[in-house]
Design a protein around this ligand. Structure first.
Ligand code: HEC
Length: 174
């Protein structure tokens, strides 16, 4: 059952990466001192998506490299959560657009920014929930406990959705 949840998460999020390679590349090349200037969009596509996909891609019987990859990528999510709550991050930069933003009824970037600006505590809470789930992944991978990695991976997925529901697309929660 857990497998199914993870696979569904992968399928859903796999849709998101299309056509956004440029943002990923910019982000990968960004020096540490430029971290403040990252957009939320770049943090999602350049850090959060690849790291979480790697966590969810853990194999049935991981070897040492597999456990380490899960833990290392979960650590990237811990770091990304810190970035999300540190400093000011604009939602989008020039040429960036929110996935699905042109669909009828979709939140506009201004609406998303407004939600973030007016509920900073909730924003922080969601980022911290993502961080807590990622720390669970690290602990479980360290213990080489696949069930716990899967459970923590499912919890991780829920933390993505919870933040997206509140800030990105509350119009989809009907
Ligand atoms: C603290 C809030 C928060 C958390 C936690 C969060 N996200 Fe996001 N995410 C956003 C916001 C806001 C947007 C809309 C802006 C954008 O398009 O990047 C977004 C957008 C995205 C997008 C769409 C990017 C695009 O192409 O427009 C993807 C994919 C995504 N997030 C994946 C994830 C995954 C996977 C996780 C969990 C591992 C996660 N997010 C956790 C706030 C969050």
């Amino acid at each position: 059952m857990k497998r199914v949840g993870m696979a569904a998460a992968l399928a859903l999020l796999g849709l998101a990466g299309c056509g956004r390679g440029a943002a990923d590349q910019n982000n990968a090349a960004a020096p540490a001192e430029a971290a403040q200037a990252l957009t939320i969009h770049q943090i999602m596509l350049g850090q959060v998506v690849p790291a979480s996909n790697a966590v969810w891609a853990i194999q049935e019987a991981p070897d040492d490299a597999g456990w380490k990859a899960a833990a290392d990528n979960a650590q990237k999510l811990v770091d990304a959560a810190n970035t999300l709550v540190s400093g000011e991050h604009p939602l989008l930069g020039p040429g960036e657009a929110v996935q699905g933003g042109d669909a009828p009824g979709a939140s506009t970037p201004a609406q998303i920014e407004d939600r973030i600006r007016t509920a900073p505590d909730d924003w922080r809470k969601h980022a911290q929930a993502m961080q807590a789930a990622s720390l669970q992944v690290i602990a479980a991978a360290g213990a080489k406990d696949l069930d716990r990695v899967m459970d923590a991976g499912n919890t991780l997925y829920d933390t993505c959705e919870a933040c997206h529901q509140q800030f990105w697309h509350p119009e989809q929660a009907q």
